[in-house]
Design a protein around this ligand. Structure first.
Ligand code: SF4
Length: 392
């Protein structure tokens, strides 16, 4: 099959265009010449002086900020209360239409436990009708054979594996969580759903990374996504007892690499792990293996909170924008301050770091919470940690 036959959707950009292709599903960035050769040129945007993408490629959509699942590290709500500002189905449909107008490719549904929403699958069908792909991140608590069948609407289901050591997690026993996840995986696999495991790495479960890869292998899961703990939602209160120690931050890349190569699992690392990767001076091949780009908030990714507010990143508690004006906000060079101004924020030691243009100084939400200033370099970066220990 040639490239043209593999194209699911595309969007013109100042440099040429972005193609979403299948087998495997991926975004491919191509130049003007390639677009022309595919019969997809010319376009007025090619004459523009726009230096950023014409819109986000992915949107992280929080449908709800309530959950009964009680995940220890919940990054959204803390008391299982429903915020009165949740928009509900009709408004979410409008949000999806706006994302389609901006030619977004991926809608990543997360936040709260969306499987309790009676309109979830109607919304996913809306997303698909606009030729966008949807994934769902969920605890798996509510997966039943019937729901697993409906989950085929998703491109992939990511199951949170909420495992801490039992001392840190007296209310939820590790074996119960593993057994529940195991059952959810089996139900989804019977329905031929693509399943991945999302694992939030904390200082209490860091040592379980190898067992995690083994669990994925034994259950036939082909991908594991490691997420860094963020000072957001329920985790704000326990952040300092959960964030990685300096030794663990330093050991993340070799530990993840060891686990992956032993069991042949594709391991994704979320963008906030950039400093833990780039501090090891990886080569390009290693970065491709870990599918890591550093912070992409406001550059190719946006977050949409359950009340319809658009943010560069859902973990960073800064001004949000009305989704109805998404494209206007996106095109405004002054939108998403702090996140988009990363080039201006190169403070020591980031200013001499070879990976700064990829890493962009690490996770803004961590700097904001720990140092009270989102423009400071990520204090948990091994290089920054060493630098600060010498200075202070
Ligand atoms: S020094 Fe700064 S740019 Fe370099 S890896 Fe650390 S946080 Fe990222």
């Amino acid at each position: 099959m040639g490239l043209k036959e593999k194209i699911i959707s595309y969007r013109h950009e100042h440099f040429g265009g972005i193609l979403m292709i299948e087998q495997p599903k991926a975004l491919v960035y191509v130049d003007h010449e390639c677009m022309r050769s595919l019969g997809l040129g010319e376009h007025p945007i090619w004459e523009s002086n726009l230096m950023r993408l014409s819109g986000p490629t992915e949107a992280k959509l929080m449908l709800s900020d309530s959950s009964q699942s009680g995940c220890f590290f919940c990054l959204t709500d803390i008391n299982n209360k429903k915020y009165c500002s949740e928009t509900g189905y009709e408004e979410m449909k409008n949000i999806v239409q706006n994302l389609a107008r901006s030619k977004v490719f991926f809608v990543l549904i997360e936040g709260g436990d969306c499987l309790t929403l009676p309109w979830l699958f109607d919304l996913v069908r809306d997303i698909r009708s606009h030729r966008m792909l949807a994934t769902l991140t969920t605890s798996g608590t509510y997966i039943t054979p019937e729901i697993a069948k409906e989950c085929r609407e998703f491109e992939r289901i990511w199951l949170y594996l909420d495992v801490q050591n039992d001392q840190a997690l007296p209310m939820r026993k590790r074996n119960d969580v593993i057994e529940a996840t195991n059952k959810a995986i089996k139900m989804l696999q019977v329905m031929k759903c693509q399943v991945g495991i999302t694992f939030v790495v904390t200082r209490n479960n860091f040592h379980l990374m190898f067992s995690l890869a083994e669990f994925a292998f034994k259950t036939g899961v082909d991908q594991v996504e490691l997420r860094r703990i963020k000072p957001s939602g329920r985790t704000k209160e326990s952040y300092y007892s959960l964030c990685l120690t300096p030794e663990q931050s330093d050991a993340l890349l070799p530990s993840a690499y060891h686990a992956m190569s032993t069991f042949g699992i594709k391991l994704k690392l979320d963008c906030s792990f950039g400093p833990m990767i780039f501090s090891h001076a990886p080569n390009i091949d290693q970065m491709e293996i870990f599918d890591i780009t550093g912070c992409i908030g406001g550059e190719s990714s946006i977050g949409i909170w359950s009340n319809g507010e658009v943010r560069a990143c859902n973990y960073l508690d800064i001004q949000g924008y009305d989704f109805k004006e998404l494209q206007t906000w996106w095109n405004n060079p002054e939108s998403f301050p702090i996140i988009r101004e990363w080039r201006l924020m190169a403070q020591p030691p980031c200013d001499i770091c070879n990976y700064f243009t990829l890493c962009r100084g690490g996770c803004r939400s961590v700097s904001s919470f720990v140092l009270g200033d989102p423009e400071e370099p990520d204090p948990e970066c091994p290089i920054v940690h060493k630098y600060r220990s010498q200075i202070f």
